[in-house]
Design a protein around this ligand. Structure first.
Ligand code: PEP
Ligand code: MN
Length: 311
């Protein structure tokens, strides 16, 4: 049990916080956030947005401010990128998830973003956490690449302590001795976060592995392990991408993954522990609501929620 958490700690009266992003309910429905690593052009962003929406994604991601290892690498389009994201939102209706890297930018980036992303490199940037806390906007807080669960949840606590309850956690892999993958995706954080906190947790298998062929198996595993959703990099032409070209999914691959996720959610519903025992009056009722005593479970009719999430 992690000590010293006041607001992020699990509570007997609240199984999972539901973060409402323009009607998309993170923590209630299994949601997929998809889009390019970086916003590059209007055409690239809007075409990707239309395609991921059609495949069932519920939010559009795209970086306008890119924290890059080298100062000479593409840093993002800044305001121009945010305006492109705004057009993509108008075109598709998808809420926008985009990273903010500087305390001075929080208020005006917040005018374009529906969810402000705090990247792994800024997880413990406490002044930035306080600032996004004050903004009141939904925050996607990525796990730092060298951070423990306790440190990560304490960073969520910084945001919550500013009076902003809208925090979504995102596991994106940590640095270990393993160099085969870009990072070591720590799926054990899904049940760990759910045990220690009421905040929803999603998985980023793109940065978590850095390897295209590993994104589908890790996404399905995350879904089975009870993640509240996924954040996946998708690009209409990955080979031409200005950042992370080797891990961005082409559209057909993303469509195939979304179909497998739908089937995985249906399977999970079939094996759900919250199916009433045979003695219960509602036994066998499809999608019967309510939970068996003591059973911590996901939304009863999980696949229906996901199906509903796909237009
Ligand atoms: C991103 O999602 O665009 C990103 C830079 O990820 P991370 O902060 O996890 O490296
Ligand atoms: Mn990226």
């Amino acid at each position: 049990m992690i000590k010293n958490l006041k607001l992020a700690a699990s509570r007997p009266d609240l199984r999972r916080s539901v973060i409402d992003v323009n009607g998309v309910k993170v923590g209630q429905d299994f949601i997929v956030i998809a889009g390019p690593c970086s916003v590059e052009t209007e055409m690239q962003t809007i075409q990707t947005a239309i395609a991921v929406k059609k495949a069932g994604a519920k939010m559009l991601r795209g970086g306008a401010f890119k924290p890059r290892t080298s100062p000479y690498a593409f840093q993002g389009l800044g305001l121009k990128g945010l305006k492109i994201l705004d057009k993509a939102k108008k075109e598709t209706g998808l809420p926008i998830v985009t990273e903010v890297v500087d305390t001075r930018d929080v208020s005006w980036v917040g005018e374009y973003a529906d969810v402000l992303q705090i990247g792994a490199r800024n997880m413990q940037n406490f002044s930035l956490l306080r600032e996004v806390g004050k903004s009141g906007k939904p925050i996607l807080l990525k796990r730092g690449m060298y951070s423990t669960l306790e440190e990560w949840l304490n960073c969520a606590e910084y945001i919550l302590a500013e009076g902003n309850p809208n925090v979504i956690l995102c596991e994106r892999g940590i640095r270990t001795f393993e160099t085969y993958t870009r990072n070591t995706l720590d799926l054990s954080m899904i049940p760990a976060v759910h045990a220690e906190s009421h905040l929803p947790v999603i998985i980023d298998p793109s940065h978590g592995t850095g390897i295209l062929s590993m994104i589908e198996p890790m996404s399905l595993a995350a879904c089975i392990a009870g993640a509240d959703g996924l954040e996946i990099e998708v690009h209409i032409d990955p080979l031409s991408a200005l950042s992370d070209k080797e891990q961005q999914m082409p559209i057909p691959m993303f469509e195939a993954l979304m179909e497998k996720l739908r089937r995985t959610r249906a399977f999970m519903e079939e094996i759900a522990e919250d199916k009433r025992p045979a003695t219960s009056p509602e036994a066998g009722t499809p999608g019967a609501s309510g939970e068996a005593p003591g059973v911590v479970s996901r939304k009863p009719n999980a696949s229906a929620a996901f199906a509903d999430a796909v237009d």
